[in-house]
Design a protein around this ligand. Structure first.
Ligand SMILES: Cc1cc2nc3c(=O)[nH]c(=O)nc-3n(C[C@H](O)[C@H](O)[C@H](O)COP(=O)(O)OP(=O)(O)OC[C@H]3O[C@@H](n4cnc5c(N)ncnc54)[C@H](O)[C@@H]3O)c2cc1C
Length: 456
C-alpha cells in the first residue's frame, strides 16, 4: 500500500510542478507555458522528443502508461497490454478482431519482434515525402542488421530450406536486435529482459539527457484550441484534471488513442480509415523440430507483397494463454517446444473506424479474407513440406498489431503532419496513408525525424 501511495503522491507532485512551473528555459514564452508538448512516448513520440531535445528545444512528454522495468513474461505483459485485467482478453474491435497494443513508456516498440524494415517509401514519395536521409540515420542508430542464419532454430532452418525448394523467397529479417545480448528466448513480444532489442526507451533516454521533461501516468484527453490555434492540452492524472499550455502540440499516442484525442478536440474527420495490418498465424506440430530458440519473425518472405499484398514470416506464440486467445482450447494443448508457425501479415483495407469513446470497428473485408486465406494456404504447404502432419495444422483468429491510418496524410494532416488547427501536429502510425502490411516502426521514426527538422 505504501509504495502505491508514494507513487501517487509523486505523480501528483510532478503534475503540480509542471502545471505551476513558471520558468524553466529560454524558449518559455509566458508563464505556465511550454514550447512543445509531445503526447505519447512510442515510436513517433520518443523519436520526435529526442530530436527536438537534441536541438535544445524545450519539450515536455506526457505518457498515459508507466515506465515498466519488469519485462519478459506473460505475467509481466498483463500490466501493459491493452487487455481486460480480469479476463486477460486483449482489446477487440466491435466485430471481434483482436488488437495487440501496449500502454506504457516506449509504446508498442517495447514488445516488438525487433523487425527494422523500411515501408511505404513509394506511397510517401508520391505525397512529396522523401525519407532516405531519416531512414539511414535511424537504421544506424538502431543498429539494424540482417538476422544471422546460423542462429536460426531448427524449425526456421527447415522452413527456409523447404521454402527455397518450393520457389519462394524466404530470407533473414532485418532486425534491431543486438546478437551479443540476445539469448534467443523467443519472448520478444513480452518485452526483452536482456536489453538486446532497440526500443523507443533508448531514444527517450537521449531525450532526457538533453533536458526533455517526462510525465508518466498522465492521460491526455483533449487539445485546447483557441481561434483555430493550439493553446495546450487537458490531461487526467491522479492529480485530477489539469491543463498545460504550449505553443506547439504533437500527438503521438498511436493509431487508436490519437484519433480519440483529435475527435475530443473538435477534429471530427479523425478516426476513419483504420487499418491494422491484419494477420493470422498458421501453426502445426512437428515431431522433432522447434522454433522456440530464436527471436520471433527471424525470417521474412516479401515475394507475395507487391502482387498479393502479404508477407510470410516464421512465428509462434510460446505462451499457452496467448494461444488460447488466438485459437481457443486447441491452443492450450499444442506443445510449444514442437510448434512450428508462419505468420501471414497483410496490407488490409482501411475499412475500420475509431470512435470518440475509444472503441473501434474493424471489419475483415472479403479482400482481407482472401489475402489471409491465400497466405495461410501457402504457409500450410511450407509446413507440410517441412514434415508437419497436415491434420495438426490450425489457423488462428484474425489479429492486428499495427493500428494506423486514422489521421492519414492528405486527409487529416498535411504533408508536414499538421492538422487544420495551427501548430497541432500528429506523429505516429495514425498518419500513415495506407496499410503498410509490414513492420512500421522504422517508417514512423523516420517521419518523426523529418517532422523535428520542420519544427526546428
Ligand atoms: C506484439 C507486437 C510486435 C510488433 N513488432 C514490430 C516489429 O518487430 N517491428 C515494427 O516495426 N513494428 C512492430 N510492431 C508495431 C509497432 O510496435 C507499432 O506499430 C508502433 O510502435 C506504433 O508507433 P506509434 O508511435 O504509432 O504508437 P506507440 O508506439 O504505441 O506509442 C503510443 C504511445 O502513446 C501512449 N498513449 C496512448 N494514449 C495516450 C494518452 N491518451 N495520453 C498520453 N499517452 C498516451 C502509449 O502508452 C504509448 O506510449 C509490433 C507491435 C506489437 C503489438
Amino acid at each position: 500500500m505504501l509504495p502505491l501511495l508514494k507513487n501517487r503522491l509523486s505523480i501528483q507532485a510532478n503534475v503540480a510542478r509542471l502545471v505551476k512551473k513558471l520558468d524553466v528555459g529560454g524558449e518559455k514564452m509566458e508563464k505556465n507555458k511550454y514550447k512543445y508538448i509531445v503526447v505519447g512516448m512510442g515510436a513517433g513520440g520518443a523519436t520526435l522528443a529526442m530530436e527536438l531535445a537534441k536541438k535544445s528545444k524545450q519539450v515536455v512528454l506526457l505518457e498515459k502508461g508507466r515506465n515498466e522495468t519488469r519485462l519478459g513474461t506473460f505475467r509481466d505483459s498483463l500490466r501493459f497490454y491493452d487487455a481486460n485485467k480480469i479476463t486477460m482478453m486483449p482489446a477487440k474491435s466491435k466485430e471481434g478482431t483482436i488488437l495487440w497494443r501496449t500502454v506504457m513508456a516506449g509504446g508498442s516498440t517495447v514488445v516488438s519482434c525487433g523487425n527494422g524494415v523500411r515501408c511505404l517509401e513509394d506511397e510517401l514519395e508520391v505525397l512529396g515525402i522523401n525519407l532516405e536521409a531519416e531512414f539511414t540515420e535511424a537504421e544506424a542508430e538502431m543498429k539494424v542488421s540482417t538476422y544471422d542464419e546460423r542462429r536460426l532454430s531448427t524449425g526456421s532452418k527447415k522452413i527456409l530450406e523447404v521454402s527455397k525448394q518450393l520457389g519462394y523467397h524466404m530470407e533473414p529479417m532485418p532486425k534491431f536486435i543486438d546478437a551479443t545480448k540476445c539469448r534467443r528466448c523467443g519472448m520478444c513480444q513480452f518485452g526483452c529482459k536482456y536489453g538486446a532489442k532497440w526500443t523507443a526507451l533508448d531514444y527517450l533516454d537521449v531525450a532526457k539527457k538533453n533536458g526533455a521533461e517526462i510525465l508518466y501516468n498522465s492521460k491526455v484527453q483533449k487539445v485546447l484550441v483557441e481561434n483555430g490555434k493550439v493553446k495546450g492540452i487537458g490531461l487526467i492524472s491522479s492529480h485530477g484534471y489539469s491543463e498545460i499550455l504550449a505553443d506547439v502540440v504533437i500527438l503521438a499516442a498511436g493509431g487508436i488513442a490519437t484519433p480519440v484525442i483529435l475527435q475530443q478536440s473538435g477534429i471530427q474527420d479523425a478516426g476513419q480509415g483504420l487499418f491494422m495490418d491484419l494477420l493470422v498465424n498458421t501453426y502445426g506440430v512437428s515431431k522433432d523440430l522447434t522454433q522456440t530458440n530464436e527471436p520471433t519473425m527471424a525470417l521474412v518472405d516479401h515475394g507475395f507483397y507487391k502482387s498479393k499484398g502479404f508477407i510470410l514470416s516464421p512465428f509462434i506464440n510460446q505462451s499457452r494463454l496467448v494461444r488460447f486467445i488466438e485459437m481457443g482450447v486447441k491452443g492450450i494443448f499444442m506443445p510449444a517446444e514442437r510448434l512450428l508457425g508462419i505468420m501471414t501479415k497483410t496490407r488490409d483495407d482501411s475499412a475500420g473506424k475509431v470512435y470518440p469513446d475509444g472503441t473501434f470497428s474493424k471489419p475483415v473485408t472479403d479482400a482481407d479474407r482472401a489475402r489471409l486465406d491465400e497466405g495461410s494456404s501457402i504457409s500450410r504447404d511450407i509446413l507440410v513440406k517441412a514434415g508437419i502432419d497436415n491434420k495438426s495444422i490450425v489457423v488462428t483468429k484474425v489479429q492486428g498489431a499495427h493500428p494506423g491510418g486514422t489521421a492519414a496524410i492528405g486527409r487529416v494532416v498535411d504533408k508536414d503532419l499538421q492538422t487544420k488547427v495551427s501548430n497541432l501536429f500528429v506523429c505516429d502510425g495514425s498518419v500513415l496513408p495506407r496499410s503498410p502490411g509490414m513492420p512500421p516502426i522504422l517508417t514512423i521514426a523516420a517521419l518523426a525525424k523529418r517532422l523535428a527538422k520542420t519544427l526546428a
